[in-house]
Design a protein around this ligand. Structure first.
Ligand code: GLY
Length: 373
């Protein structure tokens, strides 16, 4: 410990996004003394840039560990929000009224049919929609749209309010939140003993939860390279009298109706490292795709545009649970497109692992599953 006196936390959470703050809150509720270290973008990077969709099925390519954990986390959302709202007095605008997957062209319709069929075979609540049934559910979609599928287990939350509320809730649970750039793990006798920040300060702790999103792989002292890479997403918000009853996902974009008369349209998926900022081309493409799906959005004023970095992994699955080679390190990162959806379950899984009772579901998300890991 570089000869310094040990004091402070028994747990340090690296990263103050939704995942980090929810883990911190859950650990504090179990009696842990927790400090969150964050670079100062309170509420995190991906958390604030997200659209807030809770989409286990729409984000799945088939049955498997992601769908299982996504559905499990979706089921936790109502009680999770109820607790956070009670702890903070804030309203997070949780909606669990499903989503419409929409096909505008024949090719997309075939893909949608395949998705509908495997979902149905696996007992999921999906409904095929064409013609009047489609128009009846979402009258503002393009009249020439080919077909749609309504997914019941889907919804959205106001991710920006969530970021603020989790910050308040974590502090109310007794967590300290410190500004600093965690740059490495302190390792002593083969176990984690805390973190070091960019300014050279040591922060002792018996347990470190790594929840630094796209920046997680940059920590020194990890037992092996962590293959988390930034995948940039750009979004725009269009002024609109909110003609949609649920989120809609279609060719080239998804549309999320928000409180206050806007529709958020996302998102690009770009492998450009940490090169931030929005581009006119991407914003135009999103606006065009939105208007192709919902003609009423043609020419709608753009009221905001932003970007952020998803923490991508080689297999698209998060990296979760205790490190098998470095006692004292728990991973909570690599959530890619689904950090908001997976926030409640990640907090539960991390808290369980910290108590020495790792959930068997963590097996699919092991940090050493990658080749060479
Ligand atoms: N969750 C959707 C996205 O990351 O674009």
């Amino acid at each position: 410990m570089r000869g310094r006196e040990r004091k402070g936390s028994d747990v340090i959470v690296v990263g103050g996004g939704a995942i980090g703050l929810a883990c911190a809150r859950a650990l504090a509720a179990r009696g842990r003394h927790v400090t969150v270290i964050d670079r100062g973008v309170r509420g995190g990077e991906a958390t604030l840039a997200a659209g807030g969709m809770l989409s286990p099925l729409a984000e799945s390519t088939g049955p498997g560990p992601f769908l299982d954990i996504g559905l499990a986390s979706f089921a936790l959302w109502p009680s999770f929000v109820e607790q956070i709202e009670e702890e903070t007095g804030m309203s997070l605008d949780l909606r669990t009224n499903g989503k419409l997957l929409l096909a505008l062209e024949t090719e997309a319709a075939h893909a949608l049919r395949a998705r509908h069929d495997w979902a149905k075979r696996n007992g999921l609540d999906v409904r095929w929609l064409e013609g009047a049934a489609l128009r009846g559910r979402e009258p503002s979609v393009h009249p020439a749209a080919v077909c749609g599928v309504h997914i019941a287990d889907d919804g959205q939350v106001d991710n920006r309010l969530l970021a603020r509320a989790l910050d308040v809730a974590a502090r109310a649970a007794g967590c300290a939140v410190a500004v600093g750039e965690a740059s490495g793990l302190l390792v002593e006798s083969g176990a984690v003993r805390g973190v070091v920040t960019r300014d050279g300060a040591d922060h002792p702790a018996d347990l470190v939860v790594l929840a630094a999103g796209a920046w997680s792989g940059g920590m020194s002292g990890l037992p092996r390279p962590l293959p988390v890479r930034p995948v940039k997403g750009q979004m725009v918000a269009l002024a609109s009298p909110s003609p949609l009853s649920t989120a809609v996902e279609t060719e080239g974009c998804y549309l999320i109706p928000r409180r206050g008369g806007s529709v958020w349209v996302g998102a690009t998926s770009e492998d450009v490292g940490f090169s931030g900022g929005t581009t006119p081309d991407a914003r135009d493409a999103l606006r065009r795709a939105a208007a192709a799906a919902v003609p009423g959005l043609d020419g709608a004023p753009e009221i905001e545009a932003w970007d952020g970095f998803r923490p991508g992994t080689p297999d698209g699955l998060p990296i979760l649970g205790p490190d098998p080679d470095l006692p004292g390190l728990i991973h909570a990162t690599g959530h890619f497109r689904n950090g908001i959806l997976l926030t409640p379950i990640t907090a539960e899984l991390v808290a369980g692992a910290a108590d020495g009772a790792p959930d068997p579901r963590l097996a699919a998300f092991r940090p050493d599953r990658f080749p060479g890991g």
